[in-house]
Ligand binder design. Sequence first.
Ligand SMILES: O=C[C@H](O)[C@@H](O)CC(=O)C(=O)O
Ligand SMILES: [Zn+2]
Length: 276
Amino acid sequence: MEIRFQNSPKETSQMNTQELRNNFLLQNLMQQGSINLVYSHYDRLIIGGVVPTTNAIVLPNEDELKAKYFLERREMGIINVGGTGTVTADGVDYAIEKLECVYLAKGTQAVQFSSNDASNPAHFYILSTPAHHSYVNAKMTKAEAAPVNLGDITTSNKRTIYKYIHNDGIQSCQLVMGLTVLEDGSVWNSVPPHTHTRRMEAYFYFDVKDGHRVMHFLGEPQETRHLVVGNLEGALSAPWSMHFGCGTSNYGFIWGMAGENKEFTDMDQVAIPDLK
Ligand SMILES: O=C[C@H](O)[C@@H](O)CC(=O)C(=O)O
Ligand SMILES: [Zn+2]
């Protein structure tokens, strides 16, 4: 498991391209036949990718956690962005199709991931946060995620937001998780940009077409930087950082947050002319 410590706004403002990528870009999460985890010290969020092929992949117990098992003191959200797969949690199978979500509560001991078809493997994106209460393991489909339409084609940001783990959805201690899909011809996400110092956030871009990229913006609103992000790559957003992005074509992304509360709408918006 890779460990990422925090960066201050001042330090971030002085980074060159490679330093920004080393600290904030999440690459190589999705590798055939393996599980890859990154432990961010922003709210101790663990970000991961699992791509099982012929064999099931077991969620390991990481030494860094000094726990009896991975979810002894943690909860986890899982969204599949690949072919149909199964998450097995303490003997219970959850079949999850593309863009469906499973929540695993603190106390879930044995977790494994498998694909129905090794030639079209599931791509499980996982987020895990510290937890102090055991909620209920649950699965949610896309239709159950209360889709909300936002944006407009005239501003190139027409998109649908699906919320899975949040105040009014699957109950969790602190994890908030869902995804956004942009319509054809729409390329801007998360407009207007915002901060929420109460929560850190992580983005994971999927369905970015071959030959295309997403320009992901981060940094303080008056000191913006960007990452060029490819398909199945993510971006860490510090609690003090604004975050939005623009693709050279449309795409989808999973967002997840951890921290002080589980609100979705309490963001502090930044007027676009105020950005620098
Ligand atoms: O705090 C919320 C997150 O940044 C995202 O959910 C925003 C988003 O998906 C969008 O507007 O497209
Ligand atoms: Zn946000």
